[in-house]
Design a protein around this ligand. Sequence first.
Ligand code: GLC
Length: 736
Amino acid sequence: MKKFCRNSETESKIDFLLQQMTLEEKAGQLNQVGPSPVGGFEISVEEKKKMYEEGVISKEEYERMMSDVQWDSQEDDVRAGRVGSFLGVCGSICCNHLQHVAVEESRLGIPLLFGMDVIHGHRTMFPIPLALSCSWDESLAEESSRIAAAEAAADGIHWTFAPMLDIARDARWGRIAEGYGEDPYLTSRFAAASVHGFQGDDLSNPDRILACAKHFVAYGAATGGRDYNSADISLQTLWDIYMPPFIAACESGVATYMAAFNDLAGIPCTVNTYLLQDVLRDKLGFEGFVVSDAGGIWECIPHGVVADRREAAKEALMAGVALDMVSRCYIEHLPELVQSGEVPEERLDEAVRQVLRLKYAKGLFDNPYTDTSKYDQVVLSEENRQMARNAARKSMVLLKNEGVLPLKKDCRIALVGELASQGKELLGTWNLYGRGEETITLPQALENRGANYRYVPCCGVKTPLDKEALRSAIADADVVIAVVGELEDMSGEASSLSYLGLAGDQNDMLRMIKESGKTLVTVLANGRPMAIREAVDYSDALLEAWHAGTETGNAVMDILFGDYNPSGRLTTTFPNSTGECPTYYNRVPTGRPASTVRHTCKYMDAPLKPLFPFGYGLSYTQYAYSNLRVKVEQDVISATVDVENCKDVAGEETVQLYVRDVVASMVRPIRELKGFCKVFLQPGEKKEITIQVPVSSLGFHNRDMNYVVEAGEFIIYVGHDSEAELCESIVLNFES
Ligand code: GLC
């Protein structure tokens, strides 16, 4: 683990400050103020009223909330040392103004920390993280995080609440959009890359920002895919599936963690001593600080584990949450809790120390202000746009192609679907400062190319199908490109869905085009795996483009016209229907492995296989795997395979290695991704590729919760996706 904060000089400075600070000033350092500085985050006045009328909050709580809505100027609280950080405040002039109040007008001059959700870009927007993960190229995560950091830092931001590292196996959960998919190993590689992209090697670098590993932990295991729901999983599943990306983030020196909203097996993460002390501090050696999620401390009241805000403040601090994101429970109750002796002052001091350490590490005491001339120089530069375009086309996944792609340069195109031109929608969820008008939409991309096209929306996610317009639009076309999918607010937070098919009349539009006999190329712009069986059947070609950011249109056309040979591979399983959720590749076999036999683990009314499996993706060429050799030397398994490009188009293949532990003391997944690498092959070229896997990575947490690698047979699969059949068996024995 990297220890980025502790040095004796800083510790002495912190000691000196702590000696001078009042209890309220100490609590102030743990108080993060946000756009909704009361109770639950982003709860409108009307919703607060409804919560009171439905008995979710007490009369006292409701009256207090309402009084806060008219809360005075935040400057007064900064000046009084009652605020240590802001959420959602942005703009170098605005941040510098508030910083000046803190540094020049408060008693101790402790600088503020400005935090923001910079999830997949700040002004230049990159593909949503789920899309980016389909590139299987973590260097894109590092580079896009670096660019996002530079743009956000120029805008006054010191700290992002990213990367989001929640493993997601249920597409009904809208936040599947924000993570890197269903696999722990791939997500761990992206975690390390993203943390380093945001933070760099020197936290005080003014072009870098602190990162935050969130949501700690197992938020993606929410029952039923319903956001904020309970996560009731075994300790083995916690450690083998949900923990690895957070361990990778810690090993990469991530500065902060965010406690998740959910309870984990009955204890809310915000007050979960096992997670925040035993795991994070004692086992992982984490040195930074933990921030609650927005209002998360207050939410322990509706969780039903504390009676009021005072108790919430006490339990959260004692469990290990240092910074209170916008609930104000800390600033209101910690001074009195310490005075009463219920909270030892040493615990308060430790939390303040953790926050001050990072403010020193960020260089805020020496350089508290942002250079206001930087923003216009760095945002949306041509270099940033090119990076966004490159990341977007590498994130897109070709799901079907019946020989119609790539398109001929001079073909007559009818472009339909409202989403094609909705710049803001194409930026995706958690876009805070990207501007829709700066997105290269699909019509613009066609215009840029001088293509022979006609664009008529005809139908949208919420706009009914105009059949007459559609008939007219496609009449003279050689090819119809139809854009369907989701609006940006249909995935992300508070966006759980009970139906994963295309909304509205979108399927009707595709069916009409199919029935017209025209060649149909469907482009999917969405934030989650969808049950698109009909769209697949109607389409001659189908490109999963995702919500791919500022350069979506150019990236789509780069692929459709063959300027880029699609290389994306799915990192989440696509279900045939919503009823199959949760569905994921690394499932256990059960005593009745799914088969055509009735009494086996399957649905009677669904195919045995998913619509598209983890790792799946087509190319304009074909890759052949042969001659797999596997050997074990020392503590490393080496799998060597020949990969050949069998057609006349150069392309980049992602070679994937999966492992199965055939017999173990606990059930083990039928496949687990344990290695992957990318290889570029010219037409007809064959290369020998070796992937090495440490034997230590083949382990799991056994019934005694010990991490063990057990002797016995392992099957090594190498190929194009999680259903690869080329395999070799090896036997591990540990007789020394
Ligand atoms: C939200 C999200 C969290 C985000 C925070 C601040 O509720 O759960 O991911 O960082 O609030 O916006």
